[in-house]
Design a protein around this ligand. Sequence first.
Ligand SMILES: NC(=O)c1ccc[n+]([C@@H]2O[C@H](COP(=O)([O-])OP(=O)(O)OC[C@H]3O[C@@H](n4cnc5c(N)ncnc54)[C@H](O)[C@@H]3O)[C@@H](O)[C@H]2O)c1
Ligand SMILES: [Zn+2]
Length: 363
Amino acid sequence: MSTFEIQYARATTRVTVEPGALGSLGRALAHHMKPTRVLMVSDETVAGLYGDTAVASLREAAVDVELLALPPGDATKSLTSAHRIYDRLGEVKLARDGALVALGGGMVSDLTGFVAATWMRGVGFAICPTTLEADVDASIGGKTAVNHRAGKNLIGVFHQPDVVHIDPVCLQTLERRDVVAGLAESIKHAAITDERFLGWHEQHREKVLAVDPAVTGQLIERNVRIKADVVARDEREQTGVRASLNFGHTIGHAIESARGYALRHGECVGLGMVAACRICVSLGLLAAASSDRVIRCLESYGLPVRLEEPFAEDELLFYLARDKKVAAGRVRFTLLDGLGKTVLRNDVPESVILDAYRSLIAH
Ligand SMILES: NC(=O)c1ccc[n+]([C@@H]2O[C@H](COP(=O)([O-])OP(=O)(O)OC[C@H]3O[C@@H](n4cnc5c(N)ncnc54)[C@H](O)[C@@H]3O)[C@@H](O)[C@H]2O)c1
Ligand SMILES: [Zn+2]
C-alpha cells in the first residue's frame, strides 16, 4: 500500500493508492477528516458497481453517509445537477463539519468538488476515483467545474480534496476504450517530465492493458506524484508551470470540439500529442527519433494516431482561435524541448500547425 501527502500552499491532500482500497475508504475519512456527516455523490453506473461497498465501508467506520446517484455522462456536469446536490445537502442538514465524497470518474469529481467548494463557502471533500482519467489526472490539482452552454468547464473554482483514495481494482470494470483513453494522460506526463517513465510504459504495456492492479497501481502513483509536483509549483495556473500539462491539448481540444465530443478526451489528446510532436520536430526542438518514440508508444497502447473523418483546416483554425490558451491573438502551444522538458511557444507559424494537422490525416 502506498499513502503519501501532497503539500500545497494552503492545503494538504492525503493520497492512498492500493488494490482493495475501496474497503478502507471509511477508515481513511474517519481518520483524516472526521466528518460528522457525508453525502457521497456518484453516477448511476458507478453507484451500481461500487456504491454498496463504499457506503458499507463508511458505516463500518461509524461515518453517517447518504448516497446520491446522478445520470452518467458529461451532460450531468451542470449547474442543474449542482442544484440537486445542494437540495440534498439542505435536506440532510450538512454543515461545515460535514463532507462530500465523489465516487466515480472525472465528471463526478469535478461536479462534486464544485459543490464542496461552494456549499457554506467550502466543506470537506474526498475523491474515490474509478476511471483511469480520474486516477491520473482529474483527482489531482483542485480544479473543479461544471459546464455551461458556452463551453465545457467554464464555471468553476479551485478546491483541493482533503483525501484521494484510489483503488486500481475498480478499473477492471471500466470499458477498455476508457482505460486506453486515460493512458494518453499518463504518456503525456511521461513525455513532459520523465523520459524513464516513457520507457516504463514501453516495458509494461501488456500488464497495463490487462489492468493488472499491482502494475496500474504503480502507474497511477507515478502519475499522481508527477501531476502534484507540477501543480504545487503553480496551483492557480499563474506562472506557466502548470501550463506544461497542456501538452497535446491545444490541437486536442480543437479536435474534440470539431468532432462534437464523439471521441474520448484522451483520444483527442493523443492525436494532439502526435501533432505537437511533429511541430516540435519542425521547430528543431525535438529529434525525429524522440517524436517517433512518443507516437509509437501512443499507438502501441491502442490510441489513434491518425484522425478518421477529418474536418476542414479552416475549422481547425477556428477552434484554435477560440481556445482558452489564445493570448493577444496568438495560439499558445506547450511543446517538448527534448523528452522530459517543456517550453511554451506562441510563435508557431500557421503553416507549421497546418502541416502537423495534415500529417494526422495522411494515410
Ligand atoms: N479537474 C481536472 O483537473 C480534470 C482533468 C481531466 C478531466 N477532467 C474532467 O473529467 C471528465 C472526464 O473524466 P472521465 O473520463 O472519468 O469521465 P466520466 O466520469 O464521465 O466516466 C466515464 C464513464 O465511465 C463510467 N465509469 C466510471 N467508472 C467506472 C468503472 N470503474 N467501471 C465501469 N464504468 C465506469 C461512467 O459511468 C461514465 O459512463 C470530464 O468532465 C473532464 O472535464 C477534469
Ligand atoms: Zn486532458
